[in-house]
Design a protein around this ligand. Structure first.
Ligand code: 0CN
Ligand code: SF4
Length: 316
């Protein structure tokens, strides 16, 4: 057998599950334990196929909209990304027993938007069109109350009705740097615009991006474990690119690795989006270990010790 080529792997830390994802998955698991299958889940509980498939096997039924659910006493769970106000309203009308797995840090943004609205402010949401969190946040208020801004150009073109009475909120999983540029463009044009008391981009997004930023310049390639529909995971790939990493890409499972992409790679960075389980990171490291003589170290750039409680109904 030929000798395996050496590969130095640097794991970014923090990576992987955040407190909101952990809580959301726990809500589905505890609901299955307490009430039995089926448990309905509106939208992927978190954006990861492995997690969703695992829960489906235990009896979770995933739908995109409540109208796909028959009249039932079974619990209905809303995903971590949050929902428009019309969703719990509809669930109440249909007398559904629902559990809200919206991350408390997304709910915090909902509350902020509501507060600005109650104060009569015109609201800007910085985020990506079509993402469920953006749909959920816009859906906290009547149509037209929130204007979505996706880019610096949008910020430069934005014509508010009340330029002196503006506020902005953001999606929680954005690029820290892109968002800072958009906010700067808004503040330049509208110096009195109200900003969140404390960043809307969540701690997990911020910490994962910072870890990738520090590792990326020192590796030949960066692998981000995560799904293409996961906003925070996609942002990690961009961060690696911009930090000067020659190659960076998303990998969902070990079977996705294209070995020819790693020719000439001696140092590999690995991170994982907030919705990617550590099992998948380990699976991918093991696969690299089959092909290379690997050494693994970890670069820790922040400590995290945040946890969120599950809803009262599910507490022991
Ligand atoms: O990947 P996720 O399920 O969601 P996005 O990054 O696409 O928002 O991770 C959990 C984040 C939340 C809310
Ligand atoms: Fe909550 Fe942030 Fe995790 Fe989203 S990425 S679930 S906002 S902690």
């Amino acid at each position: 057998m030929t000798k395996k080529r050496p590969l130095e792997i640097i794991l970014c830390a923090p990576r992987g599950f955040c407190a909101g994802v952990d809580r959301a998955i726990q809500i589905v698991e505890l609901a299955l334990e307490k009430y039995g299958a089926p448990v309905y889940v509106r939208h992927e509980i978190v954006h990861n196929k492995y997690v969703v498939d695992g829960l489906r096997e235990k009896g979770a039924v995933f739908v995109e909209e409540l109208d796909e659910i028959p009249d039932t006493d079974a619990p209905v769970i809303f995903s971590a990304h949050g929902v428009p106000k019309s969703v719990p309203a509809n669930a109440k009308e249909r007398k559904m027993f629902y559990l809200d797995a919206t991350c408390p840090l997304v709910s915090k943004v909902h509350v902020e938007a509501q507060r600005h609205f109650d104060e009569g402010k015109e609201i800007v949401l910085i985020g990506h069109a079509g993402h469920p969190e953006v749909i959920g946040t816009m859906g906290q208020l009547p149509d037209g109350a929130i204007t979505l801004i996706e880019t610096v150009e949008d910020a430069e073109k934005f014509e508010p009705k009340s330029p002196d009475d503006l506020a902005f909120v953001t999606q929680t999983t954005l690029s820290v740097d892109d968002t800072a540029a958009i906010v700067a463009a808004l503040q330049k044009r509208f110096p009195s615009i109200s900003a969140p008391h404390k960043e809307d981009i969540c701690y997990a997004t911020t910490n994962r991006q910072e870890a990738v930023k520090q590792v990326a310049p020192h590796v030949d390639a960066m692998v981000v474990v995560g799904a293409p529909n996961s906003s925070n995971s996609m942002r990690l790939v961009e961060v690696a690119d911009r930090a000067g990493c020659p190659k960076s890409g998303l990998i969902q499972r070990a079977s996705d690795i294209v070995w020819s992409d790693f020719e000439g790679v001696n140092k590999l960075g690995i991170s994982a989006g907030a919705s990617a389980p550590e099992e998948l990171v380990n699976e991918i490291i093991e696969k690299f270990g089959e092909h290379y003589e690997i050494t693994v170290s970890t670069k820790v750039t922040a400590e995290e010790n945040i946890a969120f409680n599950v809803p009262r109904e599910l507490r022991a």
